[in-house]
Structure formats: C-alpha cells, structure tokens
Design a protein. Structure first.
Length: 382
C-alpha cells in the first residue's frame, strides 16, 4: 500500500538500502576550521569572538536590529517571555500543536498557558480563532492590559509558533494582539530561512526566538537565539542570559536573579559556519519539497505546502493521511522499512501537566494531529 512512497524517498536520497533519517545535519563548509580555531583560541565557553560574530550574522540574516545567542531554543524563549513582562500568575496564549518546549517556557515564568486552535493550512496559531477567543473571553482593564474574564488573570503574551518551518498567520496575529495590548513573542525555533511577505519570521513580534538543535535546518549542536528591534529589551535579555553580571575587569557583582544561558564559543563557531550555508540548505530543502509535492499530488496524498505570501524553509516536509488509522499504518510500515517518519507531537492540552489549562475549541489541532506525518527532510548532498 505504501511501497511506492518508500521507493520514491529512497530514490530522492539515492539510498536503496540503508536507513534514511528524518533530518540529519550536514557539514559542508567551514565547520571544522572554525571549531578548531575556537579550540586554539582557548575561549571555548560563553565568551569568545564567535559568539559575537554569530549574533551579528543573525542580525544580518533576519533583518533584526539585535540578536542574543543562547544555549538552546528553550532558554531563548524563556528569556524572551521574561523581558516581554510575563510574570508569576499571568497567562500566555499559545497553540496546542507545538513542541513541549514552547509550553514549558511559559511555565518556567510562573505563568499558565491558554490554548487556542491552529489554522489547518499553516498549522500555526489561527488568527481567526485567536480573535474569537479574545472577543468572548477577555477585557481591557483600567490599566490598559488584557485580562481573562474567567480567571481574572492578566494575559501578558501570545506565542505563535511557525510549525515545521511554515510561517503562521503572523501579520494578522500581531495586529489582533496589538489591539488587545498583548505582546507577541514568536517561537520561530523551526523557521530559520522562512519569510512572510519578504520579512523573516521572528521579526514581527516584540521578540522572536530560534533553535539550533542537531535536527534543525542549521545546527550548533545545542543553541538558540533571541532577536528583537528593541534595544532596551536586547540589553535586558543579554543581561539575564549572562547571570546578571555587572561588567567589570575583575569583580564579580550581580544585580538580579538571572541565568547561565549564553551560547558557548565552541557552539557559536559551528553555528557561524552553518549559517554561512543557510541559503544553500534552504534552496536544497525547497527543491526537495517540490519533488515531494509533485509526487504526492499525482498519488492523491495531501502534501503541506506554503501559504500565500509565505516562503517556507520546509524544515520538515509534511503529508496528511486520510485518518489516524492510515497515519499509524504508514508510520509502522515506513519505520519498519528503514525510512524514518514521525507523527506530530501529542497536543499540549493532552499532556498530564497541562490538562487543566484553559482551552478554546481545538478541532483543527485535533484533526491535524490525527493525520500529520513528517517525512525525511535532510538536505541532500550535491
């Protein structure tokens, strides 16, 4: 039943017999050179030239005025929420179809997630469902902030996530949140190289965050970044991620409870070399997506493609099966035949620790979760 898909994937990767991973890193440039240089410099921890260089490269690539390198994407999101003003007892709106780190970062601040449905096309937060939720469940207080009528808590941020690298309905989301005085913190962990209306994801909100885990489009082994156009927030983010240390030639003084979240120079060296290849990687992934799209359209299987106005990096290519049973049958068949495929994450509102969070109608997220399958998406070697 699925033999043709497996055969096609193996042909794409010129791999008739061996295991095909879902997404593996490719090292095709200056990775070894820069890492050895970082080692030779002896600056392998959180201070070093490659950290500064990577932040500058991220600014240039995304178009953001400021970038702060962090140890991973989760720490970037946690810090971004803090500098956006999220506090203990607040609420943060996000989507249920996301990786658990999105919601964990909310919880780290002491705030509570509120789940609003996604859009079936982009798989990211639905602007229409967000608007309806805010219309029927919130009010603007005398202090100008947005409050949840049911709980009485302040809604201090909204986190749309660009699912699998596909830009969400971010312009509409940002406008709606602006109307309700809710800061937007974009979870762009998966979308480096993705654009909406020729503007990079992560730059539409107050802050945006990225991940450079081993399975991302580019990797630093472990790493993340915060981007923003707000100089004060950028300074605060850098201060919080460097243990709140006050600059001094030799004294150790700290003025706030903070975090050891800075990206080590060794990882930054790898990240710089990878970022030099980002255009090649994205072009390769988009070529792969076009091959998949043509094949699955002829087969009658839905292949998820970018929405109007979007330029996706196609981090993870995605197909939609007819129902959950077909999804499970394909997952079983493909993985048993040496081709790694994965379903979407379990919806966040179904996880034990988040079952009691407020939810709106989540019919789109449930529909997608029953059907999504991610298929091999690694950059193909030239």
């Amino acid at each position: 039943m699925f033999e043709d898909i497996i055969e096609f994937i193996r042909k794409l990767y010129n791999n008739p017999n061996d295991f095909i991973p879902l997404h593996e890193p490719k090292f095709m440039g200056n990775e070894k050179k820069y890492v050895v240089d970082a080692i030779d410099s002896t600056f392998v921890s959180s201070v070093g030239a490659y950290v500064d260089k990577f932040e500058e490269m991220m600014q240039d690539f995304t178009g953001a005025k400021y970038a702060i390198a962090t140890v991973n994407g989760t720490s970037a999101l946690h810090t971004a929420l803090l500098v956006a003003g999220v506090k203990q007892g607040d609420e943060v709106i996000t989507q249920p179809l996301t990786f658990v780190a999105t919601v964990n970062a909310i919880t780290y601040t002491g705030a509570k997630p509120v789940f609003v449905d996604v859009d079936r096309r982009s798989m990211g937060l639905s602007s229409e469902k967000l608007r309806l939720f805010l219309e029927h469940n919130t009010k603007i207080g005398e202090d100008g902030f947005c409050y949840n009528i049911k709980s009485g808590n302040k809604i201090s941020a909204c986190i749309p996530m660009h699912t699998f690298g596909f830009p969400s309905q971010i312009v509409d989301i940002a406008q709606i949140c602006n109307n309700y005085h809710i800061p937007v913190v974009e979870d762009a962990a998966e979308s480096l190289g993705s654009l909406f209306e020729n503007r990079h994801t992560g730059t539409f909100g107050l802050l945006g965050t990225f991940s450079f885990n081993g399975n991302k489009t580019i990797t630093s082994g472990g790493g993340g970044a915060i981007v923003t156009n707000d100089e004060l927030l950028a300074r605060e983010a850098k201060h919080l991620t460097t243990t709140g240390k006050i600059p001094s030639r030799w004294e150790y003084k700290h003025n706030v409870v903070a975090y050891n979240y800075r990206m080590p120079n060794l990882n930054a060296a790898l990240a710089c070399a990878q970022l030099e290849k980002i255009d090649d990687f994205v072009n390769s992934k988009r070529d792969l997506a076009n091959c998949y799209k043509e094949f699955f359209e002829q087969r009658g299987t839905t292949f998820v493609s970018e929405s109007t106005g979007s330029y996706a990096n196609y981090w993870l290519n995605t197909i939609l099966m007819f129902d959950k049973q077909e999804r499970d049958d394909f997952l079983d068949f493909s993985n048993n035949n040496g081709v790694m495929t994965r379903p979407s994450w379990q919806l966040m509102n179904e996880l034990t620790m988040y079952q009691n969070c407020q939810t709106a109608d989540l019919s789109n997220a449930s529909w997608l979760a029953d059907r999504i399958v991610n298929i091999p998406s690694s950059v193909r070697m030239p």
